[in-house]
Unconditional design. Sequence first.
Length: 182
Amino acid sequence: MFAAQTFGVTPDLLCLGKGSPADTHRSRPCCAGSTSPRPSGAIRIEPRVRRGTHIRRQPDLLAAGLATLSEILERDLCASPHPGRTSQGRVRVTQKHGIIGDIRGKGLMQCIELVKDPETKEQFDPPIGQAIGKRALENGLISRFDPHWIALGPPLTVTGEQIDEMVAILDQSITDVLNGSV
């Protein structure tokens, strides 16, 4: 469930949190933090901070958070996705455009580096990542984008068909930007 488990490391500090949707009348975040024995002795925290701050004493949020974690564990949502749900192989279709420097990621989370020349990794000037990301959004794909990359991170419940649609939209968006039809 956590990157530390995936990569076999033991973190000194683990923080996690989730806010409620912004359209609710009151944002109610749920979060947790934990340290290994080593840093907890080295970090001096004000006693009042150690007990919690503005989000403590909200048992309904903690119950909801625990229920969510239980569902994730019971349904094994973090297991290696079956072949129909992995996105790295499918994202490789974008390499036909000749502007992909690298595709890296784990499971469903992928980052696509956009370069002018895949051999030398020369970057575009001006960068095209934001143009592709904005065009993808116009075409119905929500992603993270930067001047030189675009990242995909669909939810754990994504289907193979939805990944195909996501990649098709990204592919079309790259075509649109490269052809100047934006």
